[in-house]
Design a protein around this ligand. Sequence first.
Ligand SMILES: NC(=O)c1ccc[n+]([C@@H]2O[C@H](COP(=O)([O-])OP(=O)(O)OC[C@H]3O[C@@H](n4cnc5c(N)ncnc54)[C@H](O)[C@@H]3O)[C@@H](O)[C@H]2O)c1
Ligand SMILES: CC(C)=CCC/C(C)=C/C=C/C(C)=C/C=C/C(C)=C/C=C/C=C(C)/C=C/C=C(C)/C=C/C=C(\C)CCC=C(C)C
Length: 611
Amino acid sequence: MASAAHCISPITSGSSSSRVSPIAKQLCAGRFGKSSLAGSSTSTPFSYSLLTTKVHCHPFARSLKVSATAISAEPLVTTPSSDSTAASGKERDYDAIIVGSGMGGLVAATQLAIRGARVLLLEKYLIPGGSSGFYQRDGYTFDVGSSVMFGCGDKGSINLITRALADVGRKLELLPDPTTVHYHMPNGLSVRVHRDYEAFLYELTSTFPHEAKGIRSFYGECWRVFNALNSLELKSLEEPLYLFGQFFKNPIACLTLAYYLPQNAGDIARKYIKDSQLLSFIDAECFIVSTVDACRTPMINASMVMCDRHYGGINYPKGGVGGIPRQLAEGLIERGGEIQYKANVKKILTKDGKAVGVKLASGQEILAKVVVSNATRWDTFEKMLDLDQVPKEEKNFQKCYQKAPSFLSIHMGIREEALPTDTDCHHLVLEDDWNNLEAPYGTIFLSIPTVLDPSLAPEGHHILHIFTTAWMDDWEGLSPAEYMAKKEAVADVIIGRLEKMLFPGLRDAITFKEIGTPKTHRRFLARDAGTYGPIPAGRPKGLLGMPFNTTAVEGLYCVGDSCFPGQGVIAVAFSGIMCAHRVAADIGLERRSAILDKGLLGLLSWFRTLA
Ligand SMILES: NC(=O)c1ccc[n+]([C@@H]2O[C@H](COP(=O)([O-])OP(=O)(O)OC[C@H]3O[C@@H](n4cnc5c(N)ncnc54)[C@H](O)[C@@H]3O)[C@@H](O)[C@H]2O)c1
Ligand SMILES: CC(C)=CCC/C(C)=C/C=C/C(C)=C/C=C/C(C)=C/C=C/C=C(C)/C=C/C=C(C)/C=C/C=C(\C)CCC=C(C)C
């Protein structure tokens, strides 16, 4: 059970042994575990040819063929590679090259294009979106990652996804989700987070009547932060003319945010709430946002998520989450940008310490005024740059933040009779022990997007997207046969738990199943160790230690979840907006003041050393 002590304990995910959950232990002790595999072949499960394989192929890989079909029905526009300047090498410079078309990269690219920048977006995979992509199989359209979409509302200034799409003339049909998530927690605790805020508070206070005042005070404080956020025009916090302008226009909101910047949600919850089960529930609320507990979740991020779900609401894009990146990609082309798929950036080229372009796996070199990397900071600085040593700013980042675990994901098609008719779209399941919240395979995330959009599955069927945290080291050193067998075994345990907790008869209703592991995430999303994003290595000072978009290498910027404000589709969209603004100022497309820049960037870099 979580307690105040839980809040101050150091994190224990440093060694693989301390990360082993009871379920993992059960598996490791069995015939599929690493310990029983000493001396086994180390060949990867993906040693087959990516484009030609027909069997044993991961969802994302197989989607290469299938999504190509989907795309050909309504083609994604890209610059034809045969005559493009991108394909012909060094002949033309771009203002900005963006490496990677995750939501962070796409938003940065589109925001630069609408300011008139010449943008080239390079994506390793076949379609845009990264973790927000999609794939199709046997009549099912699966989201690769999250189906819980924040920032898609139609009011305020925090609806960053709606705004990013509107900026390139796009609007998606959205399906409102009446319940953000249905929690199924230890001791039979069942809580639905209703779209209606009062309905949610009613449900929570009915379960914890003795904490009714504390509940209102904690969530009320979240609203104070959210309202401040929602009253600002959101642009780069690294650009002083904008930042000082916002302080001048809206000093209360800015001071409120400055006050909460170094704070964590768990500490604020503990000011008002004493019940340990309720504090554990708030840990679970934060775990969705940050994959760590409330004491390591920045208050600004927690507030953003815990209020936007009631303010703009959670809205599912009809046709699947993959529609968002597709629309952004099409909008980018319409605004004069270029996209090259299957473009694997191997190197960021530097000259006199400044980033000047990139080199692809094909050997092609492309030059630009600036390079923006949507790969994680670990991938960017440790794999793509030829530096004598990692800059001290990045070392500081790596000291403050470590890689979050990856996921084991199961995409399933099932016959509809296995689901009760009033089933909610999103569920979080942790049956027995709050201590397993962060343990590998401990908490189960479950999305059933067909509850909102039946068009994603054949008639009479549903999609179940099940995922749970998993570490790469649990999946290494296995032969292909052992790897496949372990996937089935782990997935079977997870499906069994859902069958027991939620849907009796689930196994018998399965019509389709594909399992991804951390290796799958590493390979198809090009993320170091398949990581979901950064998590604090110790107890963070809120968001204070999180780097923004500029880096120690002149002309090189980062965007995505290893930048401020962190993990989450809306969070990386904000990072894209901030990045585009800072880059635009640096390449002369926005106002800037060199003197103020120097002062602010120096100050922010000093702030980070305090974290
Ligand atoms: N299950 C989930 O809910 C889930 C899972 C994963 C991620 N997500 C969300 O998505 C966020 C990540 O978004 P993001 O914008 O930071 O990134 P992303 O990981 O979604 O996209 C990065 C893109 O960059 C491409 N790329 C990486 N290295 C490259 C290279 N060298 N050359 C060319 N292309 C390269 C990848 O192929 C990918 O398309 C996460 O924080 C999370 O919130 C959700
Ligand atoms: C600069 C300085 C120093 C100072 C100044 C002050 C100021 C002005 C400040 C400001 C600030 C700001 C603006 C900030 C902002 C922020 C933001 C926007 C944030 C955001 C965030 C977001 C987030 C984090 C999100 C997240 C989400 C997520 C992660 C999600 C997830 C989901 C999932 C996983 C799914 C689930 C499922 C189930 C349950 C099934």
